[in-house]
Design a protein. Structure first.
Ligand SMILES: NC(=O)c1ccc[n+]([C@@H]2O[C@H](COP(=O)([O-])OP(=O)(O)OC[C@H]3O[C@@H](n4cnc5c(N)ncnc54)[C@H](OP(=O)(O)O)[C@@H]3O)[C@@H](O)[C@H]2O)c1
Length: 420
């Protein structure tokens, strides 16, 4: 009997940070029978690490090439990426992607296209880079109810926050360093305003709870308005501020989703996730807590996650969305009160306090900082106002004791006023 040699060809669309990373991983595995059959890019004048003859500039040449076994969509243009994924799925093809914005905003349609035309879409690299979070949620936790899933989902903002805690510099210089090291984009808005973490959270929601939610409908805040005073306050409370995305099961099959800077106390699994790393804690009803940590971005870590999808797909792996088929959880804002720190211009905080009937737990004399208890509805209703006015918003969880605040602040004069 003649055994046919394994030979699989990948069509690569996009040859930037992740595309080059995938290329390197595939080249290192050539002896296993893999090859990049075709590479599509956009800019004809860009200097490349491969000869010009290696590239096409016409995406249809890749999409129409029947000799390719799998399409890797790794481009930076979301609208174009959606068109490519749609077309590939309509052809019943197997496509892998790392594009969290496209996937989170279009997941219902992308699931339907797979069901209708029999194609396959995998996107492990879109959430937490190299960490196998989606495969873990699907394959391992597919039938166990989850209590909570929360994590540090954005490496750029985590790098900035780590820098602020370690060096006490300004937000803008920490952002500049993140950009110089390639951890943040030239336009960092999606990272620092919480949008990137939000996209990942919505993808996690589908796999962890069977919830299909559009990012626009989820409460989210970023770190762009953080001040040195917030970092100092976190130090006093023996916490680090982290941008946390969380999914929490509450009563009646409902799930609360949010992305918000959060005071994380020492001892919490997320406390030690530093710099560009990501971390995800999964709490299952029977298995208890488990924690995954690793590189959330970067050329080779992300390329490796795409490669894992490529290799799994040719072995017949596909997402079955087990919670979507069984649970059908719904999204709620929740009704548990939140302890929230607001920091910003005193006039803006005063305006907020006028609009929102609530009792401040602590308040600086100049009203630039206030800690108060708010309902999720109150926070959601005024989120746009707080963001517009440049107010930094952070959650202080119940396991962070506020008892120490007034004494310690007075004693150490950490905040600009004598009393909180
Ligand atoms: N960077 C990371 O660490 C990371 C991590 C997780 C997920 N992702 C996701 O992975 C995807 C790729 O990100 P990246 O960082 O690799 O981006 P990138 O470095 O900016 O590279 C983007 C690539 O896409 C190509 N491209 C853009 N528009 C195109 C079009 N219309 N047709 C053909 N090619 C086009 C560009 O072509 P030219 O070379 O000609 O400009 C470039 O090669 C994005 O969805 C991103 O969100 C990135």
């Amino acid at each position: 009997m003649k055994i046919q040699k394994f030979r699989k060809r990948i069509g690569l669309i996009g040859f930037g940070c992740v595309g080059q990373g995938l290329y390197d991983v595939v080249e290192a595995n050539r002896h296993l029978g893999w090859e990049i059959g075709s590479i599509c890019v956009k800019d004809k004048d860009k200097p490349r690490s491969l000869p010009a003859s290696s590239f096409t500039y016409n995406v249809q040449e890749v999409l129409q090439d029947a000799s390719l076994d799998i399409i890797a969509e790794l481009i930076s243009d979301p609208a174009e990426a959606l068109g490519i994924i749609r077309q590939a799925l309509q052809q019943g093809r197997t496509v892998v992607s790392a594009n969290k914005k496209v996937i989170s905003e279009n997941l219902p349609e992308l699931i339907q296209l797979q069901q209708r035309y029999g194609g396959v879409l995998l996107y492990e690299a879109s959430v937490c880079g190299s960490i196998p979070v989606l495969r873990t949620l699907e394959a391992y936790y597919g039938s166990e109810p989850l209590v909570e899933v929360r994590g540090i989902l954005n490496g750029s903002s985590n790098y900035i926050l780590s820098k602020l805690h370690a060096e006490r510099g300004s937000y803008h210089s920490a952002l500049r360093q993140a950009q110089e090291l390639g951890f943040a984009e030239a336009d960092p808005a999606l990272d620092v305003e919480g949008g990137d973490a939000l996209h990942k959270l919505c993808i996690l929601a589908a796999h962890a709870y069977g919830v299909l939610v559009h990012p626009e409908d989820v409460l989210h805040f970023g770190i762009q308005h953080i001040s040195p005073e917030a970092i100092e306050l976190a130090d006093v409370l023996k916490c680090r501020i982290k941008l946390v995305g969380s999914l929490k099961a509450v009563a009646h099959g409902q799930v609360v989703l949010q992305v918000i800077p959060t005071f994380i106390p020492a001892g919490d699994a997320l406390y030690d996730v530093e710099a560009e790393f990501n971390g995800l804690e999964v709490e299952a009803r029977f298995a208890g807590k488990q924690f995954l940590k690793g590189r959330g971005a970067g050329s080779h870590p992300t390329g490796s996650a795409v490669w894992a999808d490529v290799a799994a797909a040719v072995r017949g792996y596909r997402y079955t969305y087990p919670k979507l088929c069984t649970n059908q959880a719904t999204v709620t804002a929740g009704d548990t009160g939140l302890t929230i720190l607001l920091q910003g211009e005193p006039e803006q905080i005063a305006k907020f306090l006028e609009q929102v009937p609530s009792e401040a737990l602590f308040q600086s004399q100049d009203q630039s900082q206030v800690i108060l208890s708010l309902s999720p509805q109150q926070l959601g209703q005024h989120a746009a106002f707080l963001k517009q006015q440049g107010v930094f918003v952070a959650a202080i969880p119940a396991n962070v004791s506020l008892d120490k605040i007034p004494e310690r602040l007075k004693a150490e004069e950490i905040l600009p006023v004598e009393t909180l």
